[in-house]
Design a protein around this ligand. Structure first.
Ligand code: NAP
Ligand code: MG
Length: 493
């Protein structure tokens, strides 16, 4: 306001086009090797076959680094190092000592949090706000949490004696690279197992930084080995005869193959697979918070989230209002540079994933769905997709049934509680879900009847290391997090 006259000043008129100024996180302090070797037996080693592959920054398609591809001999070396470390050291040392090493890893992640966050956003395309506020702090929290269990296993399962399982082969996807590594490594080590971890091909760099920390923490050689490579490397790790346990997070398709491969062997296994979560908005829900929760649930991390709320069910009486507010909110989402602190939606992780999203949106439109996309401009280089919502879709549409793993939301309406429960359960998946209502009793009724491992009430995508996470049906079995997250890594007497 112009203070003397009380009329709006010229400067204030500009505020109608108001945008945030760029606020990119600096990369000056970031260092990673141009060539990343395999981390085997406490040392960084080149691969026996000499092969390397590239990892890109998906926001500009530029190469970030070369990464060693582990072949059969490297896998054999890593498994042999893990077996030796298990027999000679890790299964034998005082559990309180094991805890100290794990605490050390947790503290180092905290100390180097900024570096980890920047590398995670560069290598995977996720907004810095998320890698900084979610991925990295939660990774440290998982190490802290399981460090605490290392010398208390007798209390974790009262009246039972725990024994570690042996060597765990662990395979993780690209959507939460460091966090998935933490979810796998921390409980395994706490329970006395040793590890061979394979990160995803498109986002291996934070796992290699974690290897540096593990080396600095002086973990006995061979307790944690990190080998990179694609699906073939993963397959060879699963098939290695000296692996005692497989922990896998990824697609249901590969999960099914793993089940077949380990059938008839003594290998234990746990699988965290895909999802198609129902996010349910009742008419008595706090609508503005719910709209924020919908945005968080599906556009968060470009929809690259297994538990993303990709199916929205809105009670008919409030549907028009919710959809209109959602569209307004989508108009304000900032898509762009993952390293900018204002960015809401970063880059799609890879070209393959971008093509998959485009394919599904095409299918949805051909099947009669109507799309809405805000008028955001996408950068020219790199892999990008605007947040998208589908209306006029029903239970049989493929965009409602199949996991897209991108920022694409399918909206349906409902009238009664029974109807929405039936619709929400009409999926082969059962990983997560959300319920928004003012009534506590409705929360309990609905969450009891939805067949999914995690249900959030009046919130979405909240995690804590003490809370178990995992699926029903084709979303897998075994839990990660909490006390239950130790179970896949122990034999109980
Ligand atoms: P993916 O193709 O199954 O890959 C996951 C991991 O398995 C990657 O490291 C991959 O290597 C490796 N891999 C591929 N083929 C393999 C084989 N035959 N044997 C052993 N390992 C193999 O899954 P994605 O498409 O990358 O990841 C997205 C999927 O993961 C989605 O379905 C999502 O829902 C699921 N997910 C689930 C959770 C959960 O907690 N439930 C969490 C995150 C993601 P390369 O990537 O190097 O090829
Ligand atoms: Mg990459």
């Amino acid at each position: 306001m112009n203070e003397s006259s009380g009329t709006p000043s010229k400067e204030l008129d500009f505020q109608t086009d108001w945008t945030y100024s760029p606020a990119p996180e600096s990369t000056d302090h970031i260092e990673f090797p141009e060539k990343n070797d395999l981390f085997i037996n406490g040392k960084f080693q080149p691969p026996v076959n000499g092969k390397y592959f590239e990892t890109l920054d998906p926001s500009n398609e530029e190469k970030l680094a070369d990464v060693a591809e582990a072949g059969q001999e490297d896998i054999a070396n890593a498994v042999a190092a893990a077996s030796k470390a298990y027999d000679k050291v890790w299964s034998k040392i005082d559990p309180a000592e094991r805890g100290k090493y794990i605490y050390r890893i947790a503290r180092q992640i905290q100390e180097r949090a900024r570096e980890f966050a920047v590398i995670e956003s560069m290598d995977g395309g996720k907004p810095i706000r998320e890698s900084r506020d979610v991925d990295i702090p939660l990774s440290a929290a998982h190490f802290f949490y399981y460090a605490g269990w290392a010398d208390k296993l007798d209390y974790a399962f009262p009246g039972r004696k725990t024994k570690p399982v042996g060597v765990a082969g662990q395979i993780i996807p690209w959507n939460f690279p460091l966090l998935m590594a933490a979810w796998k490594i921390a409980p395994a080590l706490a329970a006395g197992n040793t590890v061979v971890l394979k990160p995803a091909e498109s986002s291996p760099l934070t796992a290699m930084k974690l290897a540096e920390i593990i080396q600095e923490a002086d973990l006995p050689p061979g307790v944690v080995n990190i080998i990179n490579g694609g699906g073939e490397t993963g397959r060879a790790l699963v098939e290695h005869p000296d692996i005692d346990k497989i922990a896998f997070t990824g697609s249901t398709e590969v999960g099914k193959w793993i089940m077949k491969s380990v059938a008839g062997t003594p290998k234990k296994y746990s699988l965290e697979l895909g999802g198609k979560a129902a996010n349910i908005i009742f008419e008595d829900a706090p609508i503005d918070q719910a709209v924020e929760g919908i945005v968080n649930g599906i556009f968060f991390n470009q929809g690259h989230v297994c538990c993303a709320g990709s199916r929205l069910f809105v009670q008919e009486s409030v549907a028009e209002n919710v959809i209109s507010k959602l569209k307004d909110r989508m108009d304000t989402l900032i898509v762009g540079n993952p390293l900018d602190k204002n960015t809401d939606i970063g880059a799609i992780n890879s070209k393959t994933q971008l093509e998959r999203i485009k394919m599904y949106v095409d299918i949805g439109q051909k099947e009669g769905g109507q799309i809405f996309q805000p008028s955001c401009s996408l950068p020219e280089k790199g892999y990008w997709y605007a947040p998208t919502l589908f209306t006029d879709v029903s239970q049989s549409h493929r965009v409602v049934q199949e996991e897209i793993f991108g920022p694409v939301l399918a909206i349906q309406t409902f009238r009664t509680v029974d109807e929405v429960i039936a619709k929400a359960n009409n999926t082969p998946y059962g990983l997560s879900g959300g319920v928004w209502t003012d009534k506590g009793s409705k929360i309990f009724n609905v969450s009891r009847d939805i067949r999914a491992g995690v249900i959030w009430a009046n919130t979405f995508n909240k995690f804590d290391p003490s809370a178990p996470f995992g699926g029903y049906k084709e979303s897998g079995f075994g839990r990660e997090g909490g006390l239950e997250g130790l179970l896949p890594y122990v034999d109980l007497d």
